[in-house]
Every structure is written in structure tokens, then in C-alpha cells.
Design a protein around this ligand. Structure first.
Ligand SMILES: NC(=O)c1ccc[n+]([C@@H]2O[C@H](COP(=O)([O-])OP(=O)(O)OC[C@H]3O[C@@H](n4cnc5c(N)ncnc54)[C@H](O)[C@@H]3O)[C@@H](O)[C@H]2O)c1
Length: 452
């Protein structure tokens, strides 16, 4: 849902009422758009000047959205590849500062805040440097690359008193917030299981992003890009397809599971699981990567539910993703732009099995059963109903998430996804790698955010 058209958002942003209609037998509610834009223009001296550190795919997307928030100006970008720096100028003007060295950005007093869209192995250092330089920060998910990153970011955030938002946009989604409200209201009874999957069947889905024809040590600042990662000769695949190696990312856990855990933790109001058990393997994309392309993991939550999550990059059947919360009185599914409820009341009587026995015994058993459970007709519809809550057309959780950060920069109020939330989500996701690598269950204290 990224990259919305601004006019579309404004149009849908003006829808004030919530409609209800039937689509077949499903009762469908159209959710209200988030709060409308401020009516009066923001004074020039109240503009927030932002810069982008890591001007690749997601950084560009985030910054394009930020630039749509009234009163935000993009004034600089840092990146290690010339092609991205040149595109940043095409996007935000030839006068912006475009540099390979983000310290030049951090030194500028007129820059209030930065968006960090680097690969994961730079998240901690760039965030800490930016906050120490007095900048507010929007850092992409997963917040951490390795566990030791978490306390460093949280300590700096607390010490510097900066506004920091982590970029799991679903935390701001009205669909997820609706799901949270429905669960809390008892719509599916007591939650006992969460099932999540993220299956793909394409080269791009498996992170084989196109390497530009001009990638070279001249156009790419390879030593800077590597940072603290192991020193190896220039490798354009590592540069542009970094998710395939543990030195820079954390496989499907950090790329995809973390989104799902951000959502689950928001919706269930939990800090995280206590234990994970995972398995998987490299089944198809034997292209030199050192992370699995099939991974499944089970998690225990002290709140009394279990979670299963899987990613399959070799799903020859279909590409699909799903998010199902199962409770004692129903189930709740998040898919695309909606959340749906399905409730089937449990039978009020246990039923009776008689057909294995002789006919006289069968007859007598039925009599005994119906003395206790008299036959009553009609029994009423079994299906209590399906309900669906749909986001308005053009709704973007990514825009909402960025806007929440910009609003917080102005108000100094807390954001929706601070570094503590971000560490709990990413720490939980990475727990599946710990279990995968050790071949044993991995234990985590979600309140203290510590591996056990
Ligand atoms: N929220 C989401 O839905 C979402 C989606 C995609 C990616 N992401 C996250 O965004 C981040 C970036 O992913 P991407 O797909 O855009 O990667 P990318 O490779 O397209 O972009 C990363 C950019 O960072 C630059 N970079 C590396 N080190 C740098 C440094 N020290 N200083 C300045 N620039 C540096 C690289 O040159 C590159 O252009 C990742 O952490 C990823 O997990 C989030």
C-alpha cells in the first residue's frame, strides 16, 4: 500500500462516515479514513527539514511519503551508490545535499530529522549517530541486525530524548487497529492460536534484485557500504541483494517475520513470546546465499496462545500471505485491505455415536440421549455470520506511519512504534534464527528483552 497518490488520499481522507452493506452473506463495514489534513497551511518557519540516509528502494518510498506531509521539506540524501544519489536529486531537487558520507548531513544544524533506509547492518550505527547529533529518527525495520544493537539504540534514545519511530508501518494501520479493538472486545473469545504465512514464487520475491549495469568500485562506495561487516572484495550482488547474506540482514526473519510480529504484538497487546522453535532449509535459490528460503517457526506466548509462522520462497502453488487469529468463539483474518470475522457457534449438545452396536442397544442409547437432550426443531442457522471491515480506497498505512512520526516531531508526544516496541518485534523475529542455527528451542524474556 506504499506510494499512494496524494489526491487519492485527500479524497478518501475526507470520507467522514462509515457505511455498512452486505456483500453476499458477509456484513461489510467501510472503515473511516484517518484524520483529515490540517485545514490551514503550515508557516514556513514551522517546516520540518528532513534528510534520507540510505536512498535505496524503501528509503526512497518512505521519503516520498514524508514529503507529502504538509510542512515537510527534503533537503539532503546520503547513499553509497551514485545512481541513487542522482535519483534523489531528480526526486527532491538538484539543490539538495547529496553525499556518500552521512556525517555531512548530521553536521547540518538546519536538518531536524533523518529517515534511515540502509541495509540492516547499518541501522544501529546510523541511528545512534543521528540521535547523538540531535536528529529525530525514522529507522526502517528490523530495528536490529544483531541482539546487541537493541540496548545501544534504546540507551541513546533515552539519553538524547529524541523522537524515534521504527518503520513497521502496519503498527499504524487502521486495519490492525480495528483487529486490536475486535480482539479486545471479545469478538473471537479467548485467543488460542495465531497462524501466519508469507509465501512467494518469484526471483524478486526471493530478493534477486537487479544489479545496475554500471555497478563498480567507482560508482559504489564499497568500504563505506560494508561498514563493520566482514571485509571482502567488491561484490555487486552483496551490495544490491544484501538480504541473501547474514552479514547484512537476518534472512526471512528480519525481512518478513518482523512485520508479522509487529502486527501480532500490537493486536494482542503483548510484549512477545517466551520460546521459539524453528526449522527450514535452502531448497531452491542456490545462488550463493547463506540463509534459508524455506523457514517455519513456532512460538509460545505466556498469554495463552501459540503462534506459527512460515515463509516459503519456493511455493509453486501460489503466492499468498495470511494472518489468522483463532479464538474460542471465532476467528479473525487479516488479508489485504480488510479484517474479517467468522463465528460458528459450537454445538450445544455433544452428539451421540450408536451405530457400532446392535439395533436394540442403538434404540435404547438414543432414548437415553434424548431424555437428556430433547430434540428441538428448528435448530436455527449454524453460521452466526461473517463480518468484514474494509479500509477506504487509497488508504496507506505507510503514509499514516510516517505522518505519526512527523506529528510527534512537532508535538514531542510518543510515537506509535518506539525503539522498545521495535526491539521486542525484531528480537522476537530473530529468535527463529537462533533456534534454526542451534537446532534447539530458543528462549527470550520479552519484558526485559533478553535472550536466555
Ligand atoms: N517497511 C517495509 O515495508 C520495508 C520494505 C522494504 C525494505 N525495508 C527495510 O528498508 C531497509 C532498506 O531496504 P531496501 O530494500 O531499500 O535496500 P536497498 O539496498 O534498496 O537500499 C539501501 C541503500 O542504503 C545505502 N547505504 C548502505 N550503507 C549506507 C551508509 N553507510 N550510508 C548511506 N547509505 C548507505 C545503499 O547504498 C543502498 O542504496 C532495510 O532495513 C529493509 O529491511 C522495509
Amino acid at each position: 500500500m506504499a506510494n499512494i497518490d496524494r489526491r487519492d488520499f485527500l479524497k478518501t481522507g475526507s470520507i467522514a462516515t462509515v457505511g455498512t452493506y452486505f456483500a453476499g452473506s458477509t456484513k461489510t463495514h467501510l472503515m473511516a479514513a484517518p484524520e483529515p489534513e490540517p485545514a490551514k497551511p503550515i508557516a514556513a518557519n514551522d517546516h520540518i527539514q528532513i534528510a534520507l540516509i540510505g536512498a535505496g528502494g524503501q528509503g526512497q518510498g518512505d521519503t516520498r511519503l514524508a514529503a507529502q506531509v504538509p510542512g515537510v521539506k527534503v533537503v539532503a540524501a546520503a547513499d553509497c551508490y551514485n545512481g541513487c544519489l542522482e535519483h534523489a536529486k531528480e526526486l527532491w531537487g538538484k539543490d539538495i545535499l547529496a553525499t556518500r558520507d552521512y556525517n555531512e548531513i548530521l553536521a547540518r544544524k538546519d536538518i531536524d530529522a533523518v529517515i534511515i533506509g540502509t541495509p540492516d547492518h547499518w541501522h544501529m550505527q546510523a541511528s545512534v549517530d543521528a540521535m547523538n547529533a540531535g536528529k529525530d529518527v525514522y529507522c526502517e525495520k528490523p530495528m536490529i541486525h544483531v541482539y546487541s544493537d537493541g540496548p545501544k539504540i534504546i540507551d541513546t534514545w533515552r539519553k538524547t530524548n529524541r523522537i524515534m519511530q521504527i518503520g513497521s508501518q502496519r503498527v499504524s494501520s487502521i486495519i490492525y487497529l480495528k483487529a486490536k479493538e475486535l480482539l479486545a472486545s471479545g469478538a473471537i473469545g479467548k485467543l488460542n492460536m495465531v497462524t501466519v504465512w508469507y509465501d512467494r514464487n518469484s526471483a524478486m520475491g526471493a530478493w534477486q534484485y537487479t544489479v545496475p549495469y554500471d555497478a563498480s568500485p567507482e560508482t559504489c562506495d564499497w568500504p563505506r557500504w560494508l561498514g563493520t561487516a566482514p571485509k571482502i572484495p567488491f561484490n555487486p550482488e552483496h551490495f544490491f541483494q544484501w538480504r541473501k547474506w547474514k552479514a547484512y540482514g537476518s534472512g526471512v526473519a528480519g525481512d518478513l517475520f518482523v512485520h508479522l510480529f509487529s502486527g501480532v504484538h500490537l493486536i494482542t497487546n503483548t510484549n512477545g513470546p517466551t520460546r521459539a522453535l524453528s526449522t527450514g532449509g535452502l531448497r531452491f535459490w542456490n545462488d550463493g546465499r547463506d540463509v534459508p528460503d524455506v523457514m517455519m517457526a513456532l512460538y509460545d506466548y505466556a498469554q495463552g496462545f501459540n503462534l506459527s509462522v512460515r515463509t516459503n520462497f519456493v511455493d509453486g502453488g501460489s503466492e499468498s500471505e495470511g494472518f489468522v487469529f483463532t479464538g474460542s468463539e471465532g476467528s479473525m483474518t487479516i488479508a489485504g485491505d480488510s479484517v474479517s470475522l467468522s463465528r460458528v457457534p459450537r454445538e450445544k449438545e455433544p452428539g451421540v455415536r450408536v451405530n457400532l452396536f446392535s439395533m436394540p442397544i442403538q434404540r435404547r442409547m438414543l432414548e437415553i440421549y434424548h431424555e437428556k437432550y430433547p430434540v428441538t426443531y428448528p435448530t436455527g442457522p449454524v453460521l452466526e455470520g461473517e463480518e468484514r471491515y474494509v479500509a477506504p480506497k487509497g488508504y496507506s498505512d505507510s503514509y499514516h506511519h510516517i505522518k505519526n512520526w512527523i506529528d510527534a516531531i512537532r508535538s514531542r508526544e510518543p510515537v506509535l512504534e518506539d525503539p522498545v516496541f521495535g526491539f521486542r518485534a525484531a528480537g522476537t523475529a530473530l529468535l527463529s534464527n537462533v533456534s534454526y542455527e542451534t537446532g534447539k528451542p530458543a528462549h527470550w524474556n520479552p519484558d526485559e528483552m533478553k535472550l536466555l
